[in-house]
Ligand binder design. Structure first.
Ligand code: CAA
Length: 389
C-alpha cells in the first residue's frame, strides 16, 4: 500500500522588528529602486538579542502543535546554519522547550540553506515506513552578512515549523526528487565568524546552474514537463533570485501558462519581500506565501527548488491538498507581519552589534518589548537561559 506523506501543518515566526529597505538604501547611498526592484526586497526582519534560532523555532512550532501532537511527535529535525553550539543540537533545546516526551529523537542538520529540505525528505521517508509517526521539521536562521556589505540588503531571519505526517492536510510530496552536490566556495562561515563570507555574484550563478541541473534530471526521471506544474517555488535568498530561476524555465511553457506561473511566483514572494532571507526557512516561507496569497486548487502540482550554498540543490514536487488552508493560521500570520515595528537604521545597527558576546561571560538580556512566547533571557555559566512566558 502506498502511503501519502507530506506537510500537514505550517507555522512561521519572525520577530517584531523590521528595517525598511528605502531607509537602508538612503543610508548606504544607493537608489532605493535597486533594493526594491533590483534585489526585490521591501523590508528586512531585525532580530533582537532576545531571539535566536531556538526561540524562533519554538515560537513557530508552538503555533502548530496541539497537546495531542506533543505526545505524538517523536522526532525533531532542526535545519539551521546559524546554530548556537558546535556540539549540542538546537533540536534538543527545542524538544525541551516544547515539552516533548523523553522518547524523542532530536538532531540538527546542517548544509547551508538546504538543511530543512534534508529534514523534510528524511522525515517523509521515515513516515512512509511508519505511517502513524509525526515528525517536526524546522528551518530557522538569522541571515547576517555585516553592516555596509553587498549582502546587507539580503539579511533577515525567522523560523518555519512543519509537521510531517501521513495523509497531510497541506502538501503531499511526490516520491521522486533529484539532487546535486558539488564542493563549491560560494558562501560559507568559518568557525571564528558570526557573519557569512560570500562570493555574491558567483553564488547566484551556482544557484541557477543547480536549478537547471536538478530540474533537467527531474524531467528525465519523471517524464513530467513544465506543463504539469501550477507553480515553481524557490529558495529565496532575495526575491529577485527566484525570479531569475523562473525566467530560466518560462520559455518551456505556453504563453497562457507563463502568465499563470508568473502570477503564482508573485504570490510566492510576497511574504519573503517583507522578511528577507531566513536561509533554511526561505523556501518554506515562499511555499507558505503561495498558499496564503495564491489562487491554488486541490491537486495543483508545485515544483520546489531548494539550494544550500557549498553546495547542495534539490528539486522535488508535491500536490496541494483540498483542506490546505486549514493547515496554517492565515489571519495570525498577517497580524504578526503587519504588527511589527519599524526601526531606524541607527537602531538596526545598534541591535546588529548586540549579539551575545563571544567571550563566554554572564549576560542578562533586556527583554524590552519582546512579547514572543519563547525568548532568550541571557547566559549564565556558559549556558543560554531560555524562558517561556
Ligand atoms: N534600479 C533597479 N535595479 C537596479 C538598480 C536601480 N537603480 N541598480 C542596480 N539594479 C539591479 C542590477 O541591475 C542587478 O540586477 P540583475 O541581477 O538582474 O542584473 C541587481 O540590482 C543587483 O545589483 P548588483 O548586481 O550591483 O548587485 P550587488 O553587487 O549589490 O550584489 C548580491 C547583489 C550579489 C545578491 C549581494 O546582495 C549578495 O552578495 N547577497 C548575498 C549572497 C546571496 O544571496 N546569494 C544568492 C545565491 S546563494 C543562496 O541562495 C544561499 C543563500 O541563501 C545565501
Amino acid at each position: 500500500m502506498t502511503v501519502t506523506v507530506g506537510i500537514d501543518r505550517l507555522g512561521f515566526y519572525t520577530p517584531q522588528l523590521y528595517l525598511d529597505m528605502t531607509a537602508l538604501a538612503l543610508a548606504r547611498g544607493e537608489d532605493p529602486a535597486k533594493y526594491h526592484v533590483g534585489i526585490g526586497q521591501d523590508k528586512q526582519a531585525v532580530i533582537p538579542p532576545t531571539q535566536d534560532v531556538v526561540t524562533m523555532a519554538a515560537n513557530a512550532a508552538t503555533q502548530i502543535l496541539t497537546p495531542a501532537d506533543l505526545a505524538d511527535v517523536k522526532m525533531v529535525l532542526f535545519g539551521t546554519e546559524s546554530g548556537i553550539d558546535n556540539s549540542k543540537a538546537t533540536a534538543v533545546y527545542l524538544a525541551h522547550l516544547l515539552g516533548l516526551a523523553p522518547d524523542t529523537r532530536a538532531v540538527e542538520l546542517k548544509q547551508a540553506c538546504y538543511g530543512a529540505t534534508a529534514g523534510l525528505q528524511l522525515a517523509a521517508d521515515y513516515v512512509r515506513a511508519r505511517p502513524a509517526a509525526k515528525v517536526l521539521v524546522i528551518g530557522a536562521d538569522i541571515a547576517r552578512y555585516g553592516l555596509r556589505t553587498a549582502g546587507e540588503v539580503t539579511q533577515g531571519g525567522g523560523a518555519v515549523a512543519m509537521l510531517v505526517t501521513a495523509d497531510p492536510q497541506i502538501f503531499a510530496l511526490d516520491p521522486i526528487s533529484t539532487y546535486h552536490t558539488a564542493d563549491v566556495m560560494d558562501f560559507w562561515r568559518p568557525l571564528d565568524r558570526t557573519e557569512a563570507l560570500v562570493d555574491g555574484k558567483y553564488s547566484t550563478n551556482v544557484y541557477l546552474d543547480f536549478f537547471k541541473e536538478t530540474w533537467t534530471a527531474y524531467q528525465h526521471q519523471t517524464g513530467r514537463t513544465i506543463a504539469d506544474f501550477a507553480a515553481m517555488v524557490f529558495h529565496l535568498p532575495f526575491t529577485k533570485m527566484g525570479r531569475k530561476g523562473l525566467r530560466q524555465v518560462l520559455p518551456e511553457a505556453t504563453a497562457a501558462h507563463q502568465q499563470e506561473l508568473t502570477a503564482a511566483f508573485e504570490a510566492s514572494q510576497l511574504d519573503n519581500r517583507n522578511v528577507g532571507n531566513l536561509y533554511t526557512g526561505s523556501l518554506y516561507l515562499s511555499l507558505l506565501s503561495l498558499l496564503r496569497h495564491g489562487a491554488l486548487r486541490a491537486g495543483d502540482r508545485l515544483g520546489c527548488f531548494s539550494y544550500g550554498s557549498g553546495a547542495e540543490g534539490e528539486f522535488y514536487s508535491g500536490t496541494v491538498q483540498p483542506d490546505y488552508r486549514r493547515g496554517f493560521d492565515d489571519a495570525a500570520l498577517t497580524a504578526m507581519l503587519t504588527n511589527r515595528r519599524a526601526v531606524s537604521v541607527a537602531e538596526y545597527e545598534s541591535i546588529f552589534q548586540q549579539q551575545l558576546p563571544n567571550d563566554g561571560r554572564d549576560v542578562q538580556l533586556p527583554v524590552g518589548t519582546d512579547t514572543a512566547p519563547f525568548y532568550l533571557a541571557g547566559r549564565q555559566h556558559q549556558q543560554r537561559q531560555y524562558r517561556r512566558r
